[in-house]
Design a binder for this molecule. Structure first.
Ligand SMILES: Nc1ncnc2c1ncn2[C@@H]1O[C@H](COP(=O)(O)OP(=O)(O)OP(=O)(O)O)[C@@H](O)[C@H]1O
Length: 241
């Protein structure tokens, strides 16, 4: 089984600030990995490096064994690296369906009817079919988050990178989101999910990674990681869950 996405020796520095310091990370096909850690630990930067939005000063990123360190984010997207952001920014002036068709066309490289068919499937999957013709800017937060997931899934990813998609949701809404992410996992897509709401995260992930000051300080079974004294000291004392 080929590792779907991995980074080796990733280092990123912004000026004097060492944000990633030789990080190794890998996700296997179908695996769901959660990433936690205090503010400023480097979690989003690592996701940016995996997605291609930031090029590391050192280290390599591979997708299905192929070196993509210098591959642009849009090219990685078409290869199968999907991404959903904390703050959804759908195209205003377009419907929910049109937003997802754009993702299927440009991110998923599907043409014409195939893009519409993919979009229709994804809208069903994400519980958005009934509001397919609503303008994206009229949606409430949960529906926006669902649309963000739908746009990501429309690209037919092999791995999805989720950055704090639960932020701002009520407990009931977060539970709905967990169902949606679980559904993605059941479809066989690998997941890398940064989330501060730890009790939400552990409902889905197979493995938990904790980062602090640009390094991985724990990596393993979620229950074990959450009991780790180093993790408690660096992060859980401050967790918002
Ligand atoms: N483009 C940038 N230029 C300069 N500094 C940056 C840049 N991007 C991130 N940083 C800094 O790098 C550090 C790590 O940021 P990053 O967003 O990766 O952390 P994080 O673990 O995702 O934090 P949070 O949980 O708050 O989202 C922070 O100190 C941040 O201010």
């Amino acid at each position: 089984m080929t590792t779907v996405l991995d980074g080796h020796g990733l280092s990123v520095r912004f000026g004097d600030l060492q944000v990633l310091d030789g990080v190794d990370f890998a996700v296997q096909p179908g695996e769901a990995v959660g990433i936690v850690g205090p503010n400023g630990a480097g979690k989003t930067t690592m996701l940016n490096v995996l997605a291609g939005a930031i090029r590391p000063q050192q280290g390599t990123v591979r997708f299905e064994g192929r070196d993509v360190t210098r591959t642009r984010p849009d090219q990685r997207c078409r290869m199968g690296v999907g991404r959903a952001f904390q703050v959804p920014r759908p195209f205003g002036g377009m419907t929910v369906l049109e937003n997802v068709v754009v993702a299927a066309s440009y991110g998923g490289d599907l043409k014409g009817r195939r893009a519409y068919a993919r979009a229709a499937d994804v809208l069903d999957e994400c519980g958005l079919a009934e509001i397919a013709n609503r303008r994206a800017e009229s949606l409430g937060l949960l529906h926006r988050k669902r649309l963000e997931l739908a746009r990501c899934l429309a690209t037919t990813p092999k791995v999805v990178l989720l950055d704090e998609i639960g932020a701002g949701l009520t407990d009931a809404e977060a539970a709905e989101l967990v169902d949606a992410v679980r559904h993605i996992k059941q479809g066989g897509t690998a997941i890398v999910w940064i989330e501060h709401i730890v009790h939400v995260l552990v409902q889905v992930v197979d493995r938990l990674v904790c980062m602090d000051t640009g390094r991985v300080i724990a990596d393993g079974d979620p229950a074990e990681v959450l009991k780790d004294a180093v993790v408690i000291d660096a992060y859980l004392g401050k967790a918002t869950s």
